[in-house]
Structure formats: C-alpha cells, structure tokens
Design a protein around this ligand. Structure first.
Ligand code: FAD
Length: 379
C-alpha cells in the first residue's frame, strides 16, 4: 500500500503524525520536508532572549528521532517541486516521483517580501529554526535592530530583543501596533510599555531603501528620516504557501482551500496549518492546527470527521505588557466597549449582549478564561 505522505514537518505535519499514531501504529507514513526535520515549537522563536535559548536548544528532537517515534520515513532537505493528483504522485527536486495513497499539505506560510531598493539581502526574517540560527549568528552584542512591521511578531521580537540588551526601532506603515488584532486603546498600552522598555516606534511610514556601508546599515524611510542599524528584521507578515497546490490545479484563495474535513478540491489531498484556508479561515496559530490534526487523523484512519474551531484566544508574548486577544470574526457587526486603567485594558467586542471577541492587556489577562467561555465557536 502506498503511504500517506505529509508535506512539511512543522507543528502541523508532526502533530498530525502524532495524532495518527494514537489511532494506527502501522499505517505507512512518509514525511517530506525542505528543512532538516528537527521538531521545535515555532512560537519559541520570538522568546529566544527572554528564555536564553539557542537554535539547538530550541530543537526538541532531530529527524531520525522523530522517524523512530512516529514509525515513519522522513525525507529531509527535500523539496517537493510538483504534485500530480491524477497519478497520485509527488515529484521531488531530484526528479524522483513518489506515490501516495493520501497526500497532506502542511507547507506553512512564507515571509512576505516588501519591495525595497539597495542591499536587500541584509533584510532577514525569522520563520523557522534555520532562520533563527542565522539571525542569532549575525547579531552582535547590543545590536541596533530595525524591525519592519508592528504586528504580533514584530512586537514580540521588539520585546524579546530588548530583553537581550539590543536597541530596537520598529518601522510600520500603520497608525497603531497590531492593527488587525487590537482595538486602539489596547494597542496604545502595548506600544507605551514597549516604548518604556526601550523600543522606538516609527509608525505611518515605511522603509524605502537600505544600504550597507560595511560599518552599519542605513535604513531610509518614506518620511525622510534615516536609521542606522546592524540588522534589519522583517516581520511584515506571512503568506500561505499555495504555489504547489495551485500548479496542481487545486483550488486556492488566501490559502489552500479546504472543507470542514480538511479535504482540498481533490478528494485524496488534504491541507492543514498555516497553508490551509479551512471553510474560509486562514488562522496562522497553533490552536487551530491542533484541532485540524485531531480531526484529520480520524478521517485518514477511516472515520470521516469534521473539524470544529471553538474560540481561539491568542496569548501575545510581550511580557512588558501581557496581551490576550480573541478577535471577532472578520466582518462582525458590533462595537468595542473599553474599560481602561493605565496599561490594564479590558476591551469587549459586543453585538448587543453577545460577546463576539475581546482584547485584554496587563492584569486584565486574568479574565481570559471566564470571557472565553462566553464566545461563540468560529466553525
Ligand atoms: P511551518 O512550521 O512553517 O512548516 C512548514 C513545513 O513545510 C516546513 O517543514 C517546510 O520545510 C515544509 N515545506 C515548505 N515547502 C516545502 C516544499 N516545497 N517541499 C517540502 N517541504 C516544504 N502561534 C501561536 O498560536 N502562538 C504563538 O505564540 C505564536 N508565536 C509565533 C512566533 C513566531 C516568531 C512565528 C513565526 C509564528 C508564531 N506563531 C504562533 C504561529 C505558529 O507558530 C504557526 O501557526 C505554526 O507553527 C505553523 O506551523 P506549520 O506546520 O503550518 O508551518
């Protein structure tokens, strides 16, 4: 019997493998990954200084250990270049074809590159363990770091690099931090706490060019200012990896589109994790992919199961101002009702009496559980 092939060994791929093995210990299983297949928790990448962890310390198991634990074959440093749904085969970058019984796409999302002039190879992003290792190697002591983007990841890195003794400036083309997640008052609390911690914000502008004069980088901003940096870290967002699916004729939108059983537009191909758009939702967080892994493991072992997403609060790792947010679904009708006391904000998004989302900062994060119980399920 041809194996189930899982493309990707991130949290989505490996958690699916673990869930599958709880239900079936012998189903032939092959993972293919473009990286070295080490098992790590990606959220830890933005707490490296706070927790004092190198890339090697963040890796929990290597690929050989994972292969033993999951009773699976794991092909590392192997990129899949094509999927042929009619033949039920994938093509590897060495030209080899592998047949599958079912195929699972757990391909993640890739950093968005912003168009820039100059020495653009000096702009790094940290989206996997290898990026993290490269970033840490290039970072001098007490470095001057310019972060592009003031979203969740940009703010987490600002806090973490500050904890590591680095000097951080954030450049973002928006008028508040985390604009897609937080109402203005909560964002202002996070920005104030990060500013007091040493981060300088340049909002409502963007980077236009970068030049390397051997001593340092000069970062040119649209508003005419220029900043000096040792490193530039781009955190402007991640785009689901849809190219392989698209080329294979699968339907894609923002992500690879699936129904509530995680099935793509082809009956033998499934998707989960950052690359997937499940019933219209592309949620690039750990909780949704864990729900998907549990449901898909059942489906792949013979019991078709639909995924359900309960409320999915996200803890934002800015310890200078703790944040937990459960944003209302896109397009929800309602209004924010805000109770603020310094950096402690309780923002409730309500439609009449019904709570549809919330954002809590500072000591208000203690109300997370009680509020989460009142939220409707997402799917
Ligand atoms: P990935 O981990 O990106 O895995 C993708 C896999 O696909 C990799 O193995 C890659 O090698 C492989 N691949 C890609 N293309 C190919 C190809 N052509 N051929 C073969 N293999 C291929 N979420 C939270 O819920 N809480 C947090 O606190 C949080 N913090 C975060 C902090 C940071 C810095 C980042 C970047 C993300 C954070 N997230 C957080 C998001 C969360 O980590 C992701 O949603 C999750 O890790 C995505 O897992 P994935 O398996 O879908 O993708």
């Amino acid at each position: 019997m041809d194996p189930v092939i899982i493309l990707g060994t991130g949290l989505a791929g490996y958690n699916l493998g673990k869930e599958l093995r709880k239900l079936d210990q012998t189903l032939p299983l092959t993972f293919i990954t473009a990286d070295d297949g080490r098992n790590y928790s990606k959220p830890m990448l933005s707490t490296g200084f706070t927790k004092a962890k190198t890339a090697d310390e963040l890796a929990m198991q290597d690929a050989a250990t994972m292969a033993r634990q999951l009773n699976a074959e794991i092909l590392t440093q192997t990129e899949v270049s094509a999927i042929n749904p009619q033949e039920k085969q994938v093509t590897l970058n060495n030209g080899q074809h592998l047949s599958y019984s079912k195929l699972v796409l757990a391909l993640g999302a890739a950093p968005i590159q912003i168009p820039l002039e100059g020495d653009t190879d000096k702009v790094l992003s940290v989206n996997d363990l290898e990026d993290y290792s490269r970033f840490r190697e290039q970072l001098p002591e007490q470095a001057r770091v310019v972060i592009l983007g003031a979203g969740l990841i940009g703010c987490e890195f600002a806090n973490d690099l500050g904890n590591g003794g680095h000097h951080v400036e954030v450049v973002a083309n928006c008028d508040q931090v985390m604009p897609t997640l937080l109402p203005q008052k909560a964002a202002a609390a996070v920005q104030q706490a990060l500013t007091e911690h040493g981060t300088t914000f340049h909002l409502q502008t963007s980077i236009t060019a970068i030049s390397d004069n051997d001593q340092a980088l000069t970062v040119q901003l649209e508003n005419g200012k220029s900043l000096t940096a040792d490193l530039v870290l781009s955190a402007v967002g991640l785009r689901p990896r849809t190219a392989l699916a698209e080329a294979a004729g699968l339907s894609t939108n923002l992500g690879i589109t699936t129904d509530n059983t995680l099935q793509t537009s082809h009956p033998d191909i499934y998707a989960l994790g950052d690359c997937a758009e499940v019933e219209g939702l592309n949620l690039q967080y750990v909780m949704p992919l864990m729900s998907c892994a549990r449901a898909l493991a059942k489906t792949l072992t013979g019991v078709e199961t639909t995924v359900s997403y309960g409320p999915m609060p996200v803890m934002i790792k800015t310890p200078v101002c703790p944040v937990v947010v459960s944003p209302p679904a896109a397009g929800s009708q309602g209004e924010w009702i805000i109770d603020s006391d310094g950096l402690n904000i309780k923002a409730l998004f309500q439609q009449g009496e019904q709570l549809l989302g919330y954002a809590l900062t500072g000591n208000k994060v203690a109300e997370k559980q009680q509020l989460t119980r009142q939220l409707p399920a997402l799917i």
